[in-house]
Each structure stands twice: as C-alpha cells, then as structure tokens.
Design a protein around this ligand. Structure first.
Ligand SMILES: NC(=O)c1ccc[n+]([C@@H]2O[C@H](COP(=O)([O-])OP(=O)(O)OC[C@H]3O[C@@H](n4cnc5c(N)ncnc54)[C@H](O)[C@@H]3O)[C@@H](O)[C@H]2O)c1
Length: 388
C-alpha cells in the first residue's frame, strides 16, 4: 500500500518523547495504515537526552538544544511536544505559529490563562491539526465502554466514576522534581498531571460537570532537594472531585479522582458507569477484562469478558493476546496520524483530545482550586451540548 509519510520533530526527549519514538519504530505492528510517521528532528535542552534517539532512530537529521531549529525546518510537518507544564504556552504557540501540526501534552498550559493563549493560537490556525495526548482510552475495554455510552445502553445513569492512580510518591524520600513544584507543574498539582486522562471519555461523552466540590490533599509537604536537603513539595498530591452532570437526558453524580499517593497503584486508570439497565467497568489493573451487568429485572450478576488486543486500529497482534501501555501509545499515534491525513474521513471515530476539551478541563480544575479554597461547591458555566 502507498503510504503518506508525515515528518515529525520531537521537542522534549524525556519519558514521553521516547515512548513516541518507540511507537514509530514498531509502526509495522499496525495493519493497513496508509500513513507512516518519520522522526527527522529531536530537541532537548539537556543534550544527554538526545543520544538515545541518535543511537536508536536512524532517520534523525536534526538534533538540537534549540527548538527553533525544528520549527525553522521545512522538512518537518508536525511536532510532538512533551515538556514541563510551564513551557507549554510559549512552545505550543511558537509551534502553531510556525505552521506545524501539534500533538501536545496535557494539561495544555500550566493554568487557565496559559490555556487561553494557546487556544487563541489554535483558533488563528484552523488549517493545522492540534491535539492533546491521552492514550488510556485506547485500551480495548475503554473503547467498548465509550461505544456503550454512544449507544445509550445504561438506562438512567446512577453514577459515573473515573480515576488515575499513582503510588510512588508514598515514599517520602523520593527526590523533588519538576512535577512537584508549582512553578513548573502548576497549581493544579495532580489534576494537571493526571486529570486530562480521567476526563477524556467523560468530556467526549458530553459530560462536562455542572458543578464541583473538590477535596485536595497535600500529604507529603517536603522532599529531598538536589543537594539532599529537604525542600517544600508544594503541589496537591491527591484530588477527589465530586461533580454533578446535567445533560439533556441525564442528571447524575460523577466522581473523579487523580492521586499520586494511592498505596500500591502503578498507573491504574479506570472508568465505571452504573446505570439502571446496564453497568460497565474497566481498570488497567486487569488490562484485558471488561466487566458488565445488564439488568431487566430478576437476578443481578456481573459478567466478565476477556477482550484481547483489538483496539481502534487493527494490528498484527493476535486477537486473543493482551494489550498494554505501549499498545495504547501506538493506537493514539495511529489516531493522530490518521486524522492529520484524512481529517473528517479518518478511519475510526475516536479522535485524540481536542484543544476545546483541554479548555474544558482547565475550567474544571480552576473551579476545583476555588472549591478547595472556599470549601464549597463551585458552579461551572453550561457548555453547548455536543452530539456523540
Ligand atoms: N501521556 C502520558 O501518559 C504522560 C505521561 C507522563 C508525562 N506526560 C506529559 O508529558 C510532558 C513531559 O513529561 P515527561 O514525563 O516526559 O517529562 P520529562 O521530565 O521526562 O521530560 C521532559 C523533557 O523536556 C526537556 N526540556 C525542558 N525544557 C526544554 C526546552 N526548553 N526545550 C527542549 N526540551 C526541554 C527536559 O530536558 C526533559 O528531557 C508533560 O506535559 C507531562 O504532563 C504525559
């Protein structure tokens, strides 16, 4: 099959930059793709981060400490940008103004003011595809649950829950890093870091909350600094957001949690929707397992189905084999590339997080900070109802 090549530059060659490079390296895993990404440029302020890419990615032509070198290159069509949150505003705007498509990382601006500036640049360049990374909804069971939402299978929704749980911060001796400082991670703390992942399916389903009562905790308030001395660890470790969702058809509570200190949890992402006719839940803790319960009177029993590897795009992996984190990254990248080339005619309907959805997440997190400060429920502005 003739494949259209999309030439990428990566800005920020840390944890997530490498995941993208690895996904590109195994693009042949995907079947029937008519688009193929090529990484031709990499940029990191810290040159030691570049060597892994230069050793492993033979297509790289530019390796630089200055991201302007990638933006000036006519050989680069699109940028993946994975840098600390305080840099999102400047870099995302520069990328868009340079005429490059962008897959950026969450939270898409360190705060609401930064997100608004990015949104202005996005709106000024409708010819570019701009999306935000969020890979967990590409787990097969999460895709199924989104299908159930579209099919309106739940009857009256009793409650929706979604969360993302980490645990390594339970260790008080874990050194401070940029994600634990307000100046670089932002005042949202764990919400800015984990919240977009939790909101992707709810927002795509039109479940923007009408209000929020936030319970935010800063559990470990000091951590070892670079010289071993204790320094302030200012960011919120854990957040529980109790929301109400009001759509044309439904009115239900939605509980969202983003936690960096959830004992024993290693990147556990989950969604659970309980309804009068149908309920469904999935957690990455059991990565192939979908739990559902249909109810039309009589006995109540949950069913467990092992789904295997089938996600948004077909791949060479046998249908019965397990799906994992790196598969979700590959599927997300297939989605971005498909939409970049085919736009509205992309091959499956679940596109990556839109800039508008990031703006909704900022409305919610900003209201959550206010709720915590004032210890009360904060109302959110109504959004136009979207068609699923
Ligand atoms: N999608 C996900 O699952 C996921 C997971 C983790 C992090 N993230 C997001 O990815 C982004 C980066 O996080 P990370 O964990 O990869 O961080 P990281 O610290 O591992 O990597 C960030 C890199 O950016 C580089 N950098 C800093 N300033 C720069 C500049 N001016 N120009 C070029 N490079 C610069 C750093 O040297 C570092 O190598 C954040 O927005 C974070 O929220 C997403």
């Amino acid at each position: 099959m003739q494949k259209r090549e999309v030439k990428f530059g990566i800005i920020g060659c840390g944890l997530m930059g490498r995941e993208f490079a690895s996904a590109v390296a195994r693009w042949c895993h995907l079947l029937d793709q008519d688009v193929i990404p090529r990484i031709v440029g990499v940029c990191d302020a810290n040159t030691t981060m570049l060597s892994w890419f230069q050793e492993n990615i033979p297509t790289i032509q530019i390796a630089t400490q200055d991201y302007h070198d990638l933006l000036a290159s006519p050989d680069i069509d699109a940028i993946y940008c994975a840098v600390p949150h305080n840099l999102h505003e400047r870099l995302y705007i520069d990328i868009i103004q340079a005429g490059k498509h962008l897959l950026g990382e969450k939270p898409f601006g360190i705060d609401q003011a930064a997100n608004r500036q990015i949104m202005q640049a996005v709106q000024a360049h409708p010819e570019l595809l701009v999306r935000c990374s969020s890979e967990m909804p590409f787990f097969p069971a999460a895709q199924k649950i989104y299908e159930f939402i579209r099919e309106q299978r739940f009857g009256t929704i009793i409650e929706a829950q979604a969360g993302f749980l980490h645990s390594s911060d339970l260790d008080p001796n874990k050194p401070i890093n940029w994600k634990r400082r307000i100046a670089t991670n932002g005042e949202y703390g764990c919400m800015g870091d984990l919240g977009m992942h939790v909101l992707h399916i709810p927002l795509r389903s039109g479940w923007f909350p009408a209000n929020v009562r936030a319970l935010l905790s800063n559990i470990v308030t000091e951590r070892p600094g670079p010289d071993g001395n204790m320094v302030a660890c200012e960011t919120w470790d854990n957040a529980i957001l109790a929301c109400e969702v009001q759509t044309r058809e439904q009115h239900f509570p939605m509980l969202l949690e983003t936690k960096r200190i959830a004992p024993g949890e290693t990147n556990t992402w989950y969604i659970r929707i309980l309804g009068t006719k149908f309920s469904a839940e999935f957690s990455t803790k059991y990565p192939k397992t979908l739990r559902t319960m249909a109810y039309s009177g009589g006995s109540q029993h949950w069913q467990v189905e092992d789904l295997g590897s089938v996600s948004a795009y077909p791949s060479i992996t046998g249908g019965i084999f397990e799906f994992g984190f790196s598969d979700s990254i590959l599927q997300m990248w297939a989605t971005f590339c498909d939409e970049l080339v085919h736009r509205d005619a992309m091959r499956q309907p679940f596109h990556c997080v839109t800039p508008e959805e990031t703006a909704q997440s900022h409305l919610l997190f900003t209201a959550a900070l206010q709720s915590q400060r004032e210890q009360q429920v904060v109302m959110l502005p109504p959004l136009p109802q979207t068609k699923l």
